[in-house]
Design a protein around this ligand. Sequence first.
Ligand SMILES: *Cc1c(COP(=O)(O)O)cnc(C)c1O
Length: 237
Amino acid sequence: MTADEIKDNFKKVHDEIHEAEAKAGRAQGSVQLCAVSKFHPVEDICAAMETGQLLFGENRVQEACAKFGELQAAGKDYSLHIIGALQLNKVKKAAEIATCIESADREELLAELEKHCARLGKTMEVYFELHTGEDSKSGYPDESALMLSARHCAEGLYPHIVPAGLMTMAPFTADEKEIRKSFSALRALQEKLRSEFPMLRIDALSMGMSGDFRIAIEEGSTEVRIGTALFGARAQA
Ligand SMILES: *Cc1c(COP(=O)(O)O)cnc(C)c1O
């Protein structure tokens, strides 16, 4: 895809987000766009940056390091969210390069992240990822495991970790009811966490991708993670 095509796509997607916000009776600008640049080269990210895009999502730490290391060296301004399943041996690097880990999905990951963030003297935002679609492999398997991690954060077990939101991937299906169910479950969990742990600020609801972000916005998404609709098809999934 050419830089001009990418820029056109950003305009289109922003228009569609604004339309969905209006349709859902939500304020314009209440939904943030996370541009998912996985498998796309640095030049594509630069084209996106020229439209004013600051927030990017990558699902593999090594790839993110290579690309955003280069952009950082070039003096570019950005926020980087890690959105893919994280192996423990990748947490050290992730702690160094990320602004937020959206795919926090188990206690041992939080413990490892705390260790590295403490060493770096850095506080890291995390979103707890809930598994709601049977196709994806990542995410806390159920709400109670996620609630327990939230409790540990609220109790001060991980002083360098700041829970800031929830994330999910809806099942890949044409059945809109199934997709909606996944998003509304995440929203309901946010309400539960807010009442149980008012000291945490679980403000972000990261849900919605290229195929389902309009539904996600109707269901209360505050951040949509969009790749294909911005950068085109990926060579790999
Ligand atoms: C790849 C990916 C996206 C973006 O998907 P598209 O369908 O290309 O918009 C969003 N979230 C996660 C967790 C991903 O891995």
